[in-house]
Design a protein around this ligand. Structure first.
Ligand code: ZN
Length: 529
C-alpha cells in the first residue's frame, strides 16, 4: 500500500476542490425545469436530471451548467421510460424504430408472451448489436415454441423423451438470458398440455430465477380455475407469477373482477409473489380460430379443415361454438370484429354479423358460424373482441399489483386494423383514467408502468429515476397526454409526449424520431449461469 503523508493528501484534496470541472466531468445531457415522477409512486418534485454515458448521473439540484446539451422541460413531467412487459414483437428487427411504442413513452419491451417466443434467445437478443433498435428488448421463452419444436401440434401428453427435450430447451433459453417462461394455454399446442407438464418446465425456469408469465387456460367461464392453476404453478415451482392481460371477458361474469382479484390477494397473503398486467380497453384481440373448440384445431389448419369438411364433426364443432357463446352471455358474434383477414381485406374493421350479412345475405347465428368456419378454412383472421366491462377494467387498474402493458406488436403506420392499444395504451391510462376520470393518481399510474414492471421482471437498473440507473426517460405534458388511436382508426400516435430518451440518447423529440437507435438487450438473471 502506498501511504501518502497526511499533509500532502490535504494539499491534494484542497487543490482538487478548487479546480474547475474538467471536460471529463461534464454531463452529456441535463434536463432542467422538470417535475420529476421518479417511478416509486412518490409525489413529483421539482429538479433536474443529469445524464452521463447512458446513465443517470445526478438528480435534484446541482450545478447544471457543465453540460454538453440541455433540455428545458418547462415544468413538464419527467418519468422513467415506460416498461411494457407484455408485447409480441418477435418481428421487431424488421421495424426497429418501434415508433408506436416510443411515442407513448415506452422505452423497454418484454416479448415472448402467451407461450410464443423465438427459440434461439442468444441469437435473438444478440442481434441488437448488428441491427440496432430504438427500444430496449427482453424476452421470455414460450411454452408453445418449445412444445412445437419437441412434438409438433399433437393433441397428447409428451413422452418422457419429449418432456426432457422441452426441459432442455427452456434451460438453454434461461442460460441465454430469457427473463422467464411464458404459457399461452388457449393456443396451439399449449392448450393440449396438462398442468404437470407446465409445472415441470416452470421449475426449470425457476432454477434460473425466472418468472412464470401466463396467458391462462380460460379467461371466460372458467377464469377462476385458470387463475388458480397459474398461481399453483408458481407456488409449487417457488417462482413469481404474472397473470397476463388480466380480464373478465365473459359477459355473464361481468362484475366478478373482485372475485378474481381476490384470488391474487389471497395468494399474496400466503406469501406467493403474484402480479398481473392489464391493457386499458374493454376489447381484447386474438385469433378467430380461438372461437373454435381446441380439439378441432389439433395438428394445424390442414387437419382442422378436414374436421370442418366432415358433416358429423362439423355439427359437433357448431354445437360447441353455440354453447361457448351462450356460456359467455353473448347472443351472437356482433362483439367480434375482424382486425385483419388476408383472404378478403374488405372485411377488416367489420363485425362477424355484418360480414355474414354482406357475404351471405342473411345473418342468423347458424349463418354467422358458417361464415366463421369458412374464414377459418381460408386461413383465419385476427380479431378484436368487445367482451369486457368498464367497471372490471377500472377495478383491475386500481389494484396495487397491476401493471400496464399493451399486449401489442410493433405497428407499421396504416397496415391492417390492429387493436388501438399498440398506439395508445400508456397514454390512455395517463390521459383518460388519470386526468379525465381521476381513477388513480399520476404517480401511481407511472409506478405501474416503471418500477413495478422492472421489479417483477428483474430489470435491476431500470424503472426508477436514480443515480446509476440507465437513462431511459420520458418527458410529457400531463395536461395533454392522450391516446388518439380508436378501433375504427387505430393508426394514430399518442399525443402529449415531447421527448423520449433511451440509454441516454434522445430517440424522439419535437414530433419526430431522431434516428438514434440506442436500445439494449435486457438479459434475465440466468445469463451464462
Ligand atoms: Zn395472450
Amino acid at each position: 500500500m502506498i501511504r501518502i503523508p497526511l499533509i500532502l493528501s490535504l494539499i491534494l484534496s484542497a487543490a482538487t476542490a478548487n479546480l474547475p470541472m474538467t471536460p471529463a466531468d461534464q454531463f452529456d445531457l441535463v434536463i432542467t425545469n422538470a417535475r420529476i415522477v421518479d417511478g416509486t409512486g412518490n409525489p413529483w418534485f421539482r429538479g433536474s436530471i443529469a445524464i452521463k454515458e447512458g446513465r443517470i448521473a445526478r438528480v435534484g439540484h446541482f450545478d447544471e451548467t457543465n453540460a454538453k446539451q440541455t433540455i428545458d422541460a418547462h415544468g413538464q413531467i419527467v418519468a422513467p421510460g415506460f416498461i411494457d412487459v407484455h408485447v409480441h414483437t418477435e418481428d421487431i428487427y424488421s421495424n426497429p424504430k418501434a415508433e408506436n411504442f416510443i411515442r407513448m413513452g415506452v422505452t423497454s419491451l418484454i416479448t415472448g408472451n402467451c407461450g410464443g417466443s423465438e427459440l434461439d434467445i442468444k441469437e435473438f437478443l444478440g442481434r441488437v448489436k448488428t441491427k440496432p433498435l430504438a427500444v430496449n428488448l427482453g424476452t421470455l421463452i414460450g411454452h408453445n415454441t418449445v412444445r412445437s419444436k419437441a412434438m409438433g401440434l399433437d393433441n397428447r401428453e409428451p413422452t418422457p423423451d419429449e418432456q426432457a427435450k422441452m426441459d432442455a430447451l427452456v434451460e438453454q433459453a434461461m442460460k441465454d438470458g430469457a427473463v422467464g417462461f411464458s404459457t399461452g394455454l388457449i393456443y396451439l399446442p399449449g392448450t393440449y398440455a396438462k398442468t404437470g407438464e407446465v409445472l415441470e418446465l416452470a421449475k426449470v425456469a425457476a432454477k434460473y430465477n425466472g418468472i412464470y408469465a401466463s396467458h391462462i387456460r380460460n379467461e371466460e367461464g372458467h377464469v377462476v380455475e385458470a387463475i388458480t392453476e397459474a398461481i399453483n404453478i408458481g407456488e409449487q415451482a417457488h417462482m413469481p407469477v404474472e397473470v397476463s392481460h388480466f380480464k373478465i371477458s365473459s359477459k355473464r361474469l361481468w362484475g366478478q373482477s373482485q372475485t378474481t382479484l381476490g384470488l391474487v390477494r389471497a395468494a399474496r397473503n400466503r406469501g406467493v409473489t403474484v402480479t398481473v398486467d392489464q391493457y386499458a380497453y374493454t376489447a381484447s384481440s386474438t385469433s378467430l380460430d380461438s372461437r373454435m373448440p381446441s380439439w378441432a384445431l389439433a395438428g394445424g389448419r390442414k387437419e382442422g379443415r378436414k374436421r370442418v369438411a366432415d358433416p358429423t364433426t362439423r355439427a359437433k364443432i357448431v354445437e360447441e361454438m353455440k354453447k361457448e357463446l351462450n356460456d359467455r352471455g353473448f347472443k351472437d358474434y356482433s362483439y367480434a370484429n375482424v382486425a385483419s383477414y388476408d383472404a378478403d381485406p374488405k372485411f377488416n374493421g367489420k363485425n362477424i354479423k355484418e360480414i355474414t350479412k354482406l357475404a351471405r345475405g342473411k345473418d342468423k347465428l347458424n349463418d354467422q358460424i358458417d361464415q366463421i368456419l369458412e374464414m377459418y378454412d381460408k386461413g383465419g383472421a385476427s380479431m378484436v373482441y368487445h367482451s369486457m366491462s368498464e367497471d372490471d377494467v377500472k377495478n383491475i387498474m386500481r389494484e396495487p399489483f397491476t401493471m400496464i402493458a399493451s399486449d401489442s406488436g410493433v405497428r407499421e403506420l396504416g397496415v391492417g386494423m390492429p387493436h388501438p392499444r399498440g398506439y395508445g395504451d400508456n397514454a390512455r391510462v395517463l390521459g383518460h383514467y388519470v386526468r379525465e376520470l381521476n381513477l388513480i393518481p399520476l404517480e401511481d399510474a407511472i409506478r405501474k408502468m416503471t418500477s413495478l414492471p422492472a421489479q417483477t421482471f428483474g430489470l435491476r437498473d431500470r424503472g426508477l429515476i436514480r443515480e446509476g440507473f440507465a437513462a431511459d426517460l420520458v418527458i410529457f405534458d400531463e395536461g395533454k397526454i392522450i391516446d388518439k388511436a380508436t378501433f375504427d382508426a387505430p393508426h394514430q400516435y399518442a399525443e402529449g409526449v415531447s421527448t423520449v430518451i433511451v440509454n441516454g440518447e434522445t430517440v424522439y423529440s419535437d414530433g419526430k424520431m431522431t434516428g438514434a437507435m440506442s436500445g439494449h438487450a435486457l438479459y434475465g438473471p440466468g445469463l451464462n449461469k
